[in-house]
Design a protein around this ligand. Structure first.
Ligand code: CA
Length: 225
């Protein structure tokens, strides 16, 4: 496999590279967040190991940018921070798993195996999400309503994909915000509501209730007709 290691502590990066090479993998090391992001966007990696506390760009930001750019490379967070909050944010931003440092190399290998197995089943799945007359192709990023293509912006696509991934599930504004805009947004912003408004104009059929239900004081959920 081709593995991207984004880690600023060279001691850890070398340790990982040595171990993974011995297992027959090819590794590329990025020493800061920005370099890691650029490589992850450009390179064709099978797996990314990502530290969180990085110079240049925080690991959360790297996760977020990868998601915005539709890079679905399996990703494991390696963090010295045992703060649950940091891990939860990372997982919500699209990381597949995490390990807190220090960790044993054996355990890392086991996690890699699990993550790779999960990702190969995921790829065999139907790329289309469906809700009523709407179809969202996660590969081509095309959305159709009654067979006609809808023209959605990147942010609108990201919100819709999130809601369609779990129809009926309530998504709080905070959850939508961190999934689509990342963590640097003011939690009091009404940007989520603004975008839901825009999205409804595009995805709802002219008559009838909106497919996106507002749950007052809580958030939004996708309702199947
Ligand atoms: Ca670090």
């Amino acid at each position: 496999m081709r593995i991207l290691i984004v880690e600023d502590e060279s001691r850890i990066a070398d340790f990982l590279q040595r171990g993974l090479r011995a297992e027959g993998h090819f590794c590329v090391i990025a020493g800061d967040g920005q370099e890691g992001l650029t490589l992850a966007l450009e390179g064709d990696f099978d797996l990314i190991l990502l530290d969180l506390m990085l110079p240049g760009l925080h690991g959360h930001e790297v996760c977020q940018q990868l998601r915005v750019n539709r890079i679905s490379t399996p990703l494991i967070i390696l963090t010295a921070m045992d703060s649950i909050e940091d891990i939860v944010v990372g997982l919500r931003l699209g990381a597949d798993d995490y390990m807190t440092k220090p960790f044993s190399f054996e355990e890392l290998l086991a996690r890699i195996e699990t993550v790779m197995r999960r990702s190969s089943t995921r790829q065999e799945e139907d790329p289309c999400l469906r809700a009523g007359a709407m179809e969202f192709n996660r590969e081509s990023l095309q959305v159709t309503l009654e067979g006609k293509p809808l023209h959605l912006t990147a942010k609108e696509l990201a919100i819709l994909e999130l809601l369609m991934s779990k129809p009926g599930t309530l998504f709080s504004r905070e959850r939508i915000l961190s999934n689509v805009w990342g963590l640097n947004m003011d939690p009091l912003t009404n940007i989520v509501d603004v975008y839901i408004g825009k999205l409804r104009k595009k995805v709802d059929l002219p008559d009838g209730p909106s497919i996106i239900e507002t749950v007052r004081g809580m958030g939004y959920r996708l309702n199947l007709p």
